[in-house]
Design a protein around this ligand. Structure first.
Ligand SMILES: [Zn+2]
Ligand SMILES: [Zn+2]
Length: 407
Protein backbone atom coordinates (compact mmCIF):
# COMPACT_ATOMS: atom_id res chain seq x y z
CA UNK A 1 0.00 0.00 0.00
CA UNK A 2 2.74 2.41 0.91
CA UNK A 3 3.99 2.82 -2.61
CA UNK A 4 0.56 3.53 -4.06
CA UNK A 5 -0.33 6.03 -1.39
CA UNK A 6 2.91 7.71 -2.24
CA UNK A 7 2.07 7.62 -5.94
CA UNK A 8 -1.17 9.49 -5.28
CA UNK A 9 0.82 12.65 -4.51
CA UNK A 10 3.45 12.21 -7.19
CA UNK A 11 3.78 13.57 -10.68
CA UNK A 12 6.62 11.55 -12.10
CA UNK A 13 6.08 12.73 -15.65
CA UNK A 14 6.09 16.32 -14.46
CA UNK A 15 9.28 15.69 -12.50
CA UNK A 16 10.95 14.66 -15.72
CA UNK A 17 9.35 17.51 -17.69
CA UNK A 18 7.37 15.07 -19.79
CA UNK A 19 3.79 14.08 -20.47
CA UNK A 20 2.39 10.58 -20.00
CA UNK A 21 2.69 9.95 -23.74
CA UNK A 22 6.50 10.11 -23.59
CA UNK A 23 8.35 7.17 -25.13
CA UNK A 24 10.76 5.02 -23.15
CA UNK A 25 13.65 6.69 -24.98
CA UNK A 26 12.39 10.19 -24.11
CA UNK A 27 12.07 9.18 -20.46
CA UNK A 28 15.60 7.83 -20.41
CA UNK A 29 16.95 10.94 -22.12
CA UNK A 30 15.14 13.35 -19.79
CA UNK A 31 16.29 11.41 -16.76
CA UNK A 32 19.93 11.42 -17.84
CA UNK A 33 19.88 15.12 -18.59
CA UNK A 34 18.18 16.12 -15.31
CA UNK A 35 20.23 13.73 -13.21
CA UNK A 36 23.41 15.20 -14.65
CA UNK A 37 22.24 18.79 -14.17
CA UNK A 38 21.22 18.23 -10.58
CA UNK A 39 23.83 15.75 -9.47
CA UNK A 40 24.87 16.51 -5.86
CA UNK A 41 28.53 16.27 -6.86
CA UNK A 42 28.16 19.36 -9.03
CA UNK A 43 26.12 21.24 -6.41
CA UNK A 44 27.75 20.60 -3.04
CA UNK A 45 25.49 21.79 -0.24
CA UNK A 46 22.66 22.80 -2.57
CA UNK A 47 19.60 21.29 -0.90
CA UNK A 48 17.26 22.22 -3.75
CA UNK A 49 19.42 20.52 -6.36
CA UNK A 50 19.67 17.48 -4.13
CA UNK A 51 15.90 17.39 -3.77
CA UNK A 52 15.46 17.71 -7.54
CA UNK A 53 18.00 14.96 -8.09
CA UNK A 54 16.10 12.64 -5.74
CA UNK A 55 12.78 13.42 -7.39
CA UNK A 56 14.20 12.74 -10.82
CA UNK A 57 15.75 9.46 -9.65
CA UNK A 58 12.51 8.40 -8.03
CA UNK A 59 10.53 9.27 -11.15
CA UNK A 60 12.89 7.32 -13.37
CA UNK A 61 12.81 4.40 -10.97
CA UNK A 62 9.14 3.97 -11.86
CA UNK A 63 8.83 5.37 -15.38
CA UNK A 64 12.04 3.76 -16.57
CA UNK A 65 10.66 0.33 -15.80
CA UNK A 66 7.97 -0.67 -18.25
CA UNK A 67 6.14 -2.83 -15.71
CA UNK A 68 6.20 -0.25 -12.94
CA UNK A 69 5.29 2.49 -15.39
CA UNK A 70 2.24 0.55 -16.50
CA UNK A 71 1.18 0.11 -12.88
CA UNK A 72 1.75 3.77 -12.16
CA UNK A 73 -0.25 4.81 -15.24
CA UNK A 74 -3.06 2.48 -14.26
CA UNK A 75 -3.02 3.72 -10.72
CA UNK A 76 -3.18 7.32 -11.89
CA UNK A 77 -5.97 6.68 -14.35
CA UNK A 78 -7.91 4.82 -11.66
CA UNK A 79 -7.45 7.80 -9.37
CA UNK A 80 -8.50 10.24 -12.04
CA UNK A 81 -11.58 8.27 -12.92
CA UNK A 82 -12.55 8.51 -9.29
CA UNK A 83 -13.15 4.84 -8.95
CA UNK A 84 -11.81 1.46 -9.64
CA UNK A 85 -12.95 0.30 -12.97
CA UNK A 86 -12.28 -3.00 -14.58
CA UNK A 87 -8.80 -4.15 -13.92
CA UNK A 88 -8.54 -6.01 -17.19
CA UNK A 89 -7.60 -9.54 -16.38
CA UNK A 90 -4.08 -8.78 -15.40
CA UNK A 91 -4.14 -11.33 -12.68
CA UNK A 92 -4.95 -10.59 -9.13
CA UNK A 93 -3.11 -13.00 -6.95
CA UNK A 94 0.23 -11.39 -7.41
CA UNK A 95 2.50 -14.29 -6.78
CA UNK A 96 5.61 -13.39 -8.70
CA UNK A 97 6.27 -16.07 -11.22
CA UNK A 98 3.59 -18.17 -9.64
CA UNK A 99 0.15 -19.26 -10.53
CA UNK A 100 -2.27 -16.49 -11.33
CA UNK A 101 -5.95 -16.86 -10.94
CA UNK A 102 -8.71 -14.78 -12.50
CA UNK A 103 -8.93 -15.83 -16.06
CA UNK A 104 -5.34 -16.63 -16.65
CA UNK A 105 -4.16 -20.11 -17.25
CA UNK A 106 -0.71 -20.69 -15.98
CA UNK A 107 1.27 -22.43 -18.63
CA UNK A 108 4.85 -22.15 -17.67
CA UNK A 109 7.56 -24.59 -16.93
CA UNK A 110 5.09 -26.66 -14.98
CA UNK A 111 2.96 -27.14 -18.05
CA UNK A 112 -0.73 -26.82 -18.50
CA UNK A 113 -2.77 -26.81 -15.39
CA UNK A 114 -6.27 -28.16 -15.11
CA UNK A 115 -6.88 -26.19 -11.98
CA UNK A 116 -6.20 -23.04 -13.91
CA UNK A 117 -8.80 -24.09 -16.35
CA UNK A 118 -11.40 -24.44 -13.66
CA UNK A 119 -10.54 -20.97 -12.46
CA UNK A 120 -10.99 -19.55 -15.91
CA UNK A 121 -14.36 -21.11 -16.30
CA UNK A 122 -15.51 -20.08 -12.89
CA UNK A 123 -14.41 -16.50 -12.94
CA UNK A 124 -14.44 -15.51 -16.54
CA UNK A 125 -11.46 -13.26 -16.18
CA UNK A 126 -10.98 -9.73 -15.11
CA UNK A 127 -11.32 -7.92 -11.92
CA UNK A 128 -14.48 -8.47 -9.98
CA UNK A 129 -16.31 -5.54 -8.56
CA UNK A 130 -16.31 -7.15 -5.13
CA UNK A 131 -12.54 -7.10 -4.88
CA UNK A 132 -11.36 -4.87 -2.12
CA UNK A 133 -8.99 -2.01 -2.58
CA UNK A 134 -6.37 -3.89 -0.66
CA UNK A 135 -6.61 -6.79 -3.07
CA UNK A 136 -6.00 -4.59 -6.06
CA UNK A 137 -3.13 -2.85 -4.47
CA UNK A 138 -1.75 -6.09 -3.18
CA UNK A 139 -1.82 -7.39 -6.73
CA UNK A 140 -0.21 -4.29 -8.12
CA UNK A 141 2.36 -4.13 -5.45
CA UNK A 142 3.50 -7.68 -5.65
CA UNK A 143 3.43 -8.10 -9.36
CA UNK A 144 6.50 -8.26 -11.47
CA UNK A 145 8.59 -10.21 -9.05
CA UNK A 146 9.78 -7.12 -7.29
CA UNK A 147 9.55 -6.58 -3.60
CA UNK A 148 9.01 -2.86 -3.99
CA UNK A 149 12.53 -2.19 -2.79
CA UNK A 150 14.64 -2.63 -5.85
CA UNK A 151 15.37 0.53 -7.74
CA UNK A 152 15.48 -1.06 -11.17
CA UNK A 153 13.55 -3.95 -12.57
CA UNK A 154 14.82 -7.30 -11.43
CA UNK A 155 13.19 -9.05 -14.35
CA UNK A 156 11.99 -8.24 -17.83
CA UNK A 157 8.64 -6.71 -18.56
CA UNK A 158 5.61 -8.88 -19.16
CA UNK A 159 4.35 -8.80 -22.71
CA UNK A 160 0.86 -9.31 -24.00
CA UNK A 161 -0.01 -10.46 -27.46
CA UNK A 162 -3.03 -11.76 -29.26
CA UNK A 163 -3.63 -14.74 -31.51
CA UNK A 164 -6.63 -16.16 -33.32
CA UNK A 165 -7.03 -19.92 -33.55
CA UNK A 166 -9.32 -22.16 -35.49
CA UNK A 167 -11.77 -24.04 -33.35
CA UNK A 168 -10.00 -27.35 -33.89
CA UNK A 169 -6.55 -25.87 -33.15
CA UNK A 170 -7.91 -24.60 -29.85
CA UNK A 171 -9.39 -27.95 -28.95
CA UNK A 172 -6.35 -29.99 -29.92
CA UNK A 173 -3.63 -27.54 -28.98
CA UNK A 174 -1.17 -26.14 -31.46
CA UNK A 175 2.12 -24.36 -31.92
CA UNK A 176 1.98 -20.97 -33.52
CA UNK A 177 4.74 -18.53 -34.50
CA UNK A 178 4.47 -15.12 -32.87
CA UNK A 179 6.47 -12.00 -33.65
CA UNK A 180 7.32 -9.87 -30.65
CA UNK A 181 9.05 -6.52 -30.61
CA UNK A 182 10.68 -5.56 -27.36
CA UNK A 183 13.71 -5.83 -25.16
CA UNK A 184 15.68 -8.97 -25.96
CA UNK A 185 19.07 -10.06 -24.64
CA UNK A 186 21.97 -8.24 -26.28
CA UNK A 187 23.87 -10.83 -28.28
CA UNK A 188 27.17 -8.99 -28.02
CA UNK A 189 27.41 -9.15 -24.22
CA UNK A 190 24.99 -12.05 -23.72
CA UNK A 191 22.74 -9.86 -21.62
CA UNK A 192 25.32 -8.90 -19.01
CA UNK A 193 25.65 -5.29 -20.20
CA UNK A 194 29.40 -5.47 -19.81
CA UNK A 195 31.89 -5.62 -22.67
CA UNK A 196 34.45 -7.62 -20.68
CA UNK A 197 32.47 -8.84 -17.70
CA UNK A 198 34.45 -6.62 -15.31
CA UNK A 199 32.51 -4.99 -12.47
CA UNK A 200 33.49 -2.93 -9.48
CA UNK A 201 31.91 -1.97 -6.19
CA UNK A 202 29.34 0.78 -6.60
CA UNK A 203 30.84 4.02 -5.31
CA UNK A 204 27.46 5.45 -4.26
CA UNK A 205 26.40 2.71 -1.87
CA UNK A 206 29.71 1.02 -1.21
CA UNK A 207 28.34 -2.27 -2.46
CA UNK A 208 25.38 -2.54 -0.11
CA UNK A 209 22.82 -1.67 -2.78
CA UNK A 210 21.12 0.78 -0.43
CA UNK A 211 21.77 4.38 0.46
CA UNK A 212 20.58 6.15 3.60
CA UNK A 213 18.72 9.39 3.53
CA UNK A 214 17.11 11.61 6.13
CA UNK A 215 13.39 12.23 5.83
CA UNK A 216 12.44 14.58 8.62
CA UNK A 217 13.08 12.76 11.86
CA UNK A 218 13.37 9.40 10.17
CA UNK A 219 16.39 7.78 8.72
CA UNK A 220 15.36 5.91 5.62
CA UNK A 221 17.22 3.62 3.37
CA UNK A 222 16.37 3.41 -0.28
CA UNK A 223 17.74 1.32 -3.11
CA UNK A 224 20.80 2.78 -4.77
CA UNK A 225 19.84 4.21 -8.16
CA UNK A 226 23.36 4.13 -9.54
CA UNK A 227 23.78 0.35 -9.37
CA UNK A 228 20.11 -0.56 -9.31
CA UNK A 229 20.52 -2.09 -5.88
CA UNK A 230 23.00 -4.71 -7.04
CA UNK A 231 25.98 -3.08 -5.33
CA UNK A 232 28.07 -3.53 -8.45
CA UNK A 233 28.60 -1.26 -11.42
CA UNK A 234 29.86 -2.25 -14.83
CA UNK A 235 33.27 -0.85 -15.62
CA UNK A 236 33.12 -1.16 -19.36
CA UNK A 237 29.58 -0.95 -20.72
CA UNK A 238 28.85 -2.98 -23.82
CA UNK A 239 28.76 -0.49 -26.72
CA UNK A 240 25.89 -2.27 -28.44
CA UNK A 241 23.40 -1.98 -25.60
CA UNK A 242 25.01 0.89 -23.64
CA UNK A 243 25.35 -1.41 -20.67
CA UNK A 244 21.70 -2.30 -20.27
CA UNK A 245 22.18 -5.88 -21.43
CA UNK A 246 19.14 -5.67 -23.65
CA UNK A 247 18.37 -4.32 -27.09
CA UNK A 248 15.05 -3.67 -28.72
CA UNK A 249 14.38 -5.99 -31.57
CA UNK A 250 11.75 -8.12 -33.19
CA UNK A 251 12.03 -11.78 -32.48
CA UNK A 252 10.05 -14.73 -33.67
CA UNK A 253 9.10 -17.30 -31.11
CA UNK A 254 7.01 -20.41 -31.35
CA UNK A 255 4.24 -20.43 -28.81
CA UNK A 256 2.79 -23.74 -27.74
CA UNK A 257 -0.90 -23.39 -26.99
CA UNK A 258 -2.18 -26.21 -24.80
CA UNK A 259 -5.16 -28.30 -25.89
CA UNK A 260 -8.51 -27.04 -24.71
CA UNK A 261 -8.14 -23.26 -24.67
CA UNK A 262 -11.39 -21.36 -24.91
CA UNK A 263 -12.26 -18.13 -26.64
CA UNK A 264 -11.16 -15.16 -24.56
CA UNK A 265 -8.69 -17.13 -22.51
CA UNK A 266 -5.33 -15.71 -21.56
CA UNK A 267 -2.45 -18.15 -21.67
CA UNK A 268 0.66 -17.37 -19.69
CA UNK A 269 4.05 -18.48 -20.97
CA UNK A 270 6.60 -18.03 -18.22
CA UNK A 271 9.88 -16.46 -19.25
CA UNK A 272 8.81 -15.61 -22.80
CA UNK A 273 8.37 -11.89 -22.18
CA UNK A 274 11.00 -9.20 -22.51
CA UNK A 275 14.56 -9.87 -21.45
CA UNK A 276 15.49 -8.52 -18.04
CA UNK A 277 18.25 -5.92 -17.73
CA UNK A 278 21.76 -7.13 -17.00
CA UNK A 279 20.92 -10.78 -17.38
CA UNK A 280 18.01 -10.83 -14.92
CA UNK A 281 15.13 -13.21 -15.72
CA UNK A 282 12.78 -12.47 -18.59
CA UNK A 283 9.19 -11.41 -18.00
CA UNK A 284 6.21 -13.51 -18.97
CA UNK A 285 4.28 -13.58 -22.18
CA UNK A 286 0.50 -13.43 -21.96
CA UNK A 287 -1.29 -14.62 -25.06
CA UNK A 288 -4.91 -13.56 -25.46
CA UNK A 289 -6.65 -16.21 -27.47
CA UNK A 290 -9.57 -15.67 -29.81
CA UNK A 291 -11.16 -18.84 -31.14
CA UNK A 292 -12.97 -18.79 -34.49
CA UNK A 293 -16.29 -20.59 -34.33
CA UNK A 294 -16.53 -23.90 -36.17
CA UNK A 295 -19.09 -24.63 -38.87
CA UNK A 296 -19.88 -28.04 -37.40
CA UNK A 297 -19.07 -28.13 -33.70
CA UNK A 298 -19.77 -25.98 -30.71
CA UNK A 299 -18.26 -26.42 -27.29
CA UNK A 300 -19.56 -26.60 -23.78
CA UNK A 301 -16.62 -27.06 -21.47
CA UNK A 302 -15.04 -30.38 -22.35
CA UNK A 303 -18.07 -31.52 -24.33
CA UNK A 304 -18.43 -30.97 -28.05
CA UNK A 305 -21.85 -30.54 -29.57
CA UNK A 306 -23.01 -31.27 -33.09
CA UNK A 307 -26.46 -31.18 -34.67
CA UNK A 308 -27.16 -33.94 -37.18
CA UNK A 309 -29.95 -33.66 -39.77
CA UNK A 310 -32.08 -36.84 -39.92
CA UNK A 311 -35.27 -37.96 -41.62
CA UNK A 312 -38.47 -38.75 -39.76
CA UNK A 313 -38.14 -42.39 -40.76
CA UNK A 314 -34.64 -42.64 -39.33
CA UNK A 315 -36.02 -41.58 -35.96
CA UNK A 316 -39.23 -43.63 -36.21
CA UNK A 317 -37.59 -46.82 -37.40
CA UNK A 318 -34.23 -46.38 -35.71
CA UNK A 319 -30.88 -47.01 -37.32
CA UNK A 320 -27.37 -45.64 -37.34
CA UNK A 321 -26.18 -42.24 -38.51
CA UNK A 322 -22.60 -41.31 -39.28
CA UNK A 323 -21.47 -38.37 -37.16
CA UNK A 324 -18.26 -36.35 -37.54
CA UNK A 325 -15.86 -36.06 -34.60
CA UNK A 326 -12.58 -34.17 -34.37
CA UNK A 327 -10.92 -37.35 -35.62
CA UNK A 328 -12.63 -40.05 -37.63
CA UNK A 329 -16.42 -40.09 -38.00
CA UNK A 330 -18.34 -42.45 -35.73
CA UNK A 331 -21.57 -44.37 -36.27
CA UNK A 332 -24.17 -43.43 -33.70
CA UNK A 333 -27.06 -45.78 -33.01
CA UNK A 334 -30.44 -44.08 -33.08
CA UNK A 335 -33.06 -46.13 -31.19
CA UNK A 336 -36.45 -46.63 -32.88
CA UNK A 337 -38.91 -43.98 -31.71
CA UNK A 338 -36.29 -41.32 -30.90
CA UNK A 339 -37.99 -37.92 -30.60
CA UNK A 340 -36.84 -35.02 -32.77
CA UNK A 341 -34.36 -32.81 -30.90
CA UNK A 342 -33.14 -35.65 -28.67
CA UNK A 343 -29.47 -35.40 -27.73
CA UNK A 344 -27.43 -38.59 -27.77
CA UNK A 345 -24.17 -38.80 -25.87
CA UNK A 346 -21.06 -40.34 -27.41
CA UNK A 347 -18.66 -40.93 -24.54
CA UNK A 348 -15.07 -39.73 -24.78
CA UNK A 349 -15.24 -38.05 -28.18
CA UNK A 350 -15.19 -34.49 -26.85
CA UNK A 351 -12.27 -32.29 -25.85
CA UNK A 352 -9.22 -34.13 -24.51
CA UNK A 353 -8.24 -33.34 -20.95
CA UNK A 354 -4.73 -33.28 -19.59
CA UNK A 355 -5.57 -36.28 -17.43
CA UNK A 356 -5.92 -38.39 -20.57
CA UNK A 357 -9.69 -38.59 -20.40
CA UNK A 358 -11.93 -36.56 -22.68
CA UNK A 359 -15.32 -34.92 -22.66
CA UNK A 360 -18.26 -36.31 -24.61
CA UNK A 361 -19.72 -35.63 -28.01
CA UNK A 362 -23.33 -34.49 -27.74
CA UNK A 363 -25.26 -35.39 -30.88
CA UNK A 364 -28.61 -33.67 -31.38
CA UNK A 365 -30.92 -35.06 -34.05
CA UNK A 366 -32.95 -32.64 -36.14
CA UNK A 367 -35.63 -33.84 -38.53
CA UNK A 368 -35.52 -32.50 -42.09
CA UNK A 369 -38.90 -32.37 -43.83
CA UNK A 370 -38.72 -33.04 -47.58
CA UNK A 371 -40.08 -30.21 -49.74
CA UNK A 372 -40.43 -31.94 -53.11
CA UNK A 373 -41.25 -35.62 -52.98
CA UNK A 374 -41.57 -37.60 -56.18
CA UNK A 375 -44.78 -39.43 -57.03
CA UNK A 376 -43.67 -42.74 -55.54
CA UNK A 377 -42.64 -41.24 -52.23
CA UNK A 378 -45.76 -39.06 -52.08
CA UNK A 379 -48.08 -41.98 -52.63
CA UNK A 380 -46.18 -44.10 -50.10
CA UNK A 381 -46.41 -41.32 -47.60
CA UNK A 382 -50.18 -40.96 -48.15
CA UNK A 383 -50.54 -44.68 -47.52
CA UNK A 384 -48.40 -44.28 -44.42
CA UNK A 385 -50.49 -41.36 -43.15
CA UNK A 386 -53.60 -43.49 -43.34
CA UNK A 387 -51.87 -46.44 -41.68
CA UNK A 388 -50.60 -44.15 -38.94
CA UNK A 389 -54.13 -42.92 -38.28
CA UNK A 390 -55.48 -46.47 -38.32
CA UNK A 391 -52.82 -47.51 -35.80
CA UNK A 392 -54.31 -45.02 -33.35
CA UNK A 393 -51.37 -42.59 -33.36
CA UNK A 394 -52.46 -39.06 -32.59
CA UNK A 395 -49.59 -36.55 -32.56
CA UNK A 396 -51.65 -34.15 -30.42
CA UNK A 397 -52.80 -36.68 -27.85
CA UNK A 398 -52.18 -35.34 -24.40
CA UNK A 399 -51.23 -31.93 -25.81
CA UNK A 400 -52.28 -29.14 -23.48
CA UNK A 401 -53.10 -26.92 -26.47
CA UNK A 402 -55.59 -29.32 -28.00
CA UNK A 403 -59.11 -27.76 -28.40
CA UNK A 404 -61.49 -29.59 -26.07
CA UNK A 405 -64.17 -31.81 -27.60
CA UNK A 406 -62.92 -31.23 -31.11
CA UNK A 407 -60.05 -33.49 -32.03
ZN1 LIG B 1 25.36 -5.57 -24.82
ZN1 LIG C 1 25.01 1.41 -5.55
Amino acid sequence: MAMQQEWANKDYYGDLGLTSSASAAEIKKAYRKLARENHPDSHPGDKQAEERFKRVAEAYDVLGDETKRKEYDEFKSMMNSGGFMRFGGRGGSGFPGGFRTTGTTDFGASGFDDVGFGESFGQGGGFSAEGSLGDIFGGLFNRGGGTGRSARPTRGADVETHITLDFREAVKGTTIPVELTGEAPCTDCHGSGSATGKTSTCPDCGGSGFVSEQKGAFGMSRPCTRCGGTGQVIEDPCPTCSGSGTVRRTRSITVRIPAGVIDGQKVRLAGQGEAGPNGTPAGDLFVNVTVRPDTVFTRDGDDLAVTVPVSFTELALGGAVTVPTLDNPVKVKVPAGTPNGRTLRVKGRGVARKSGTAGDLMVTVEVQVPKNLDATATSALRAYAQAEKDSGFNPRAGWAGAPTGNE
